[in-house]
Design a protein around this ligand. Structure first.
Ligand code: HEM
Length: 326
């Protein structure tokens, strides 16, 4: 397990939203069924995302290290930067009123990195190294089971699919993050980085706060307002930018490639890729009038080929995007 310490445009989205169920590695799960299942568990909240409904839009920049170009020829990893960034911190799940003090749901961080000329690349990460289901079918089954509110059925699901308990266990083992800027974020899926010489490495992304992770004790968390993250971030940014180190955790032969519930061994080496600097809050419209797409990568970075969760995400996001913009 990685150490806690160390550590589209609207038109495209709507086109995705009307796409047929995906096939092959993308499985037979209908992205719309996934969004309906999220709504069945958390309720449908008009104008809000079906998942990660509450959040804070921010802006800043990304600056790569010299090491980054050795791993990838992607423009933002080879060019000097700083590259402008628009991002959104969020609370996972689908309840817009989920308190910022809730320990067992992940925090999210989504980024658009502006590459110039109207191009951008995205990263969509959470504060846990694993997701709650191995495949879209399993995620649908998990949501539909939770929606029954039948404890015996829910217990039976987790007994039959122990990998789906890993995320919650990981989150509950740590403290409530003291703020959006004081926790680490993970890309969860594996990516292949390819450099200008054509050499490739399998990696996983991790963003770590430069000031270290800071958590609250259970007592401290109890004393906080349910929505304390936005004022905390506002106050923090008034004093200076919030900075994160982006690292690439290097995979080794035998590491799971297509399973977002799988942890890589803790001893994997990391390479420093760059600094994400969050400078200020941004108007919500900059985050809400388009969608963050984890599959929006550029030449030099490729997503996993057979990870059904990764592959279905943009289609599910597009369903949510088109509904929240109706
Ligand atoms: C099949 C699996 C998944 C489904 C069905 C799903 C569904 C969704 C949906 C419907 C949204 C709202 C999109 C929008 O309206 O723009 C969303 C947002 C988000 N998801 Fe997922 N998700 C899945 C997996 C993941 C994974 C594996 C991660 C992390 C690695 C993740 C991280 C996020 C984040 C950070 C956001 C908020 C993006 C924003 O701020 O706009 N999701 N997800």
């Amino acid at each position: 397990m990685p150490s806690r310490r160390c550590a589209a445009a609207a038109a495209i989205a709507i086109a995705f939203a009307t796409a047929a169920p995906l096939s092959g590695a993308r499985a037979d799960t209908d992205p719309e069924a996934l969004v309906n299942a999220l709504n069945a568990v958390f309720g449908a909240h008009p104008g809000k995302r079906a998942a990660h409904p509450s959040g804070v839009c921010v802006k800043g920049s990304f600056t790569p290290t010299d090491e980054a170009a050795k791993l990838s020829k992607a423009p933002h990893l080879t060019g000097k930067g700083p590259w402008p960034v628009v991002g959104r911190f969020s609370m996972a799940g689908g309840n817009p009123a989920a308190p910022n003090t809730q320990k067992d749901i992940a925090r999210g961080l989504a980024l658009h990195i502006d590459l110039g000329g109207g191009n951008q690349t995205d990263m969509v990460m959470i504060s846990a190294p694993v997701f709650a289901a191995k495949t879209p079918e399993k995620f649908l089954e998990l949501l539909q089971t939770i929606a029954t509110k039948d404890k015996a059925k829910i217990d039976a699901f987790f007994a039959a699919n122990p990998e789906s308990t890993r995320q919650k266990t990981w989150l509950n083992a740590g403290p409530v993050p003291a703020g959006y800027a004081t926790t680490s974020y993970f890309g969860v899926h594996t990516f292949t980085l390819t450099n200008a010489e054509g050499q490739s490495r399998i990696i996983k992304w991790q963003l770590m706060p430069k000031g270290g992770e800071v958590g609250l004790t259970d007592e401290e968390a109890k004393a906080k307002a349910p929505d304390f993250y936005k004022p905390e971030l506002t106050e923090r940014l008034a004093k200076g930018s919030a900075e994160f180190d982006l690292t690439a955790i290097l995979g080794q032969p035998g590491d799971a490639l297509d399973d977002p519930t799988a942890l890589w061994p803790e001893d994997r080496k990391s390479v420093a890729i760059g600094t994400l600097s969050i400078a200020a809050l941004e108007n919500d419209a900059a985050c809400d009038t388009n969608m963050f797409d984890p599959t929006n990568v550029v030449d030099g970075i490729a997503g996993p080929e057979n990870d059904g969760i990764f592959l279905i995400r943009p289609a599910a996001y597009a369903v949510s995007f088109s509904r929240r913009n109706q």
